[in-house]
Design a protein around this ligand. Structure first.
Ligand SMILES: [Zn+2]
Length: 192
């Protein structure tokens, strides 16, 4: 079965057992949001105990506080009433394995999927690539704990984020499934 068919088959089963979820309210019932990485090993519904309707989950590469993540968080509180936010990065994140310079070089070379070897990513595709990557800040991660502190601090200090919102910083351990708090980040995210 193709992925396309697998997804549609899984959805048939899900919809057949949908129960009363059609009655859920739009605002998250538990009034919180999670910003986390898109990594396939992370399932916020499972690692944080969410059911449909409970919370907002905003995901991008790295779980970074990008302008677009902040756009979602602002909508999350301003229109939909969330009061607490978790920023959750994770161990072994792909964003630690390259820099802006590296991905710009790979994309300038070709648009094929690069290979990851012992020396990092290597482009194996046929060109042409594109220099457009030069204009994107890829928000890569040099130090995992520091990246959580940086993101919580950026959100805390954002002019569109009210001081009453509590922001917590964590690293999810992909080896154990455990959330490890980054104390310095949570401290930076205290309500003011
Ligand atoms: Zn990641």
């Amino acid at each position: 079965m193709s992925i396309y068919d697998e997804v549609l088959a899984a959805n048939d089963e899900y919809a057949a057992n949908f129960g009363g979820k059609g009655e859920l309210a739009l605002p998250p019932a538990r009034h919180f949001a999670i910003l986390t990485c898109m990594d396939a090993r992370l399932d916020p519904a499972k690692y944080a105990g969410l059911s449909e309707g409970d919370a907002h989950v905003i995901r991008n590469a790295g779980g970074r506080a990008s302008d677009d993540a902040i756009r979602s968080l602002v909508i999350s509180y301003k229109l939909l009433g969330t009061r607490e936010w978790f920023v959750i990065h994770h161990s072994n994140c792909g964003m630690e394995f390259f820099t802006d310079e590296v991905i710009r070089g790979l994309l300038a070379s070709s648009l094929e999927t690069a290979e990851l070897g012992p020396d990092g990513f290597r482009d194996v595709g046929r060109g042409p690539g594109s220099a457009e990557a030069t204009y994107i800040d890829w928000l890569t991660i040099a130090d995992n704990a520091q990246s959580v502190v940086d993101d919580v601090t950026r959100i805390r200090n954002h002019p569109l984020v009210p001081g009453r919102i509590a922001i917590y910083g964590f690293i999810y351990d992909v080896a154990t499934g455990r959330l490890v708090e980054v104390q310095e980040a949570t401290k930076a995210g205290l309500p003011i």
